[in-house]
Design a binder for this molecule. Structure first.
Ligand code: ZN
Length: 82
């Protein structure tokens, strides 16, 4: 069953899975810390965008395009969605 608030976006096609993970910031070239929590399900990633609040790869709450104080990017950045 689909999430009631799910809004498909052109860049977020579930059929494109698996999404390769980035191990560094493509802008600065700096390496990110390795994730300490499992990759969220696609539906969670979609809700991150919808809620404008995301989970970092160490489970901190960050902006969808943010990096937490420990150097972990949001999963959306890690997966190259943003
Ligand atoms: Zn953190």
């Amino acid at each position: 069953m689909r999430h009631p608030h799910f809004i498909p976006a052109p860049d977020l096609d579930p059929d494109d899975r698996p999404v390769p993970q980035l191990d560094h910031d493509p802008v600065t070239g700096l390496r990110w810390s390795e994730p300490t929590v499992p990759e969220p399900a696609f539906i969670m990633l979609a809700s991150f965008i919808f809620d404008a609040c995301a989970q970092a790869t160490d489970s901190c709450r960050v902006e969808p395009d943010g990096i937490c104080e420990h150097g972990h990017p949001s999963w959306l950045r890690r997966l190259g969605v943003i």
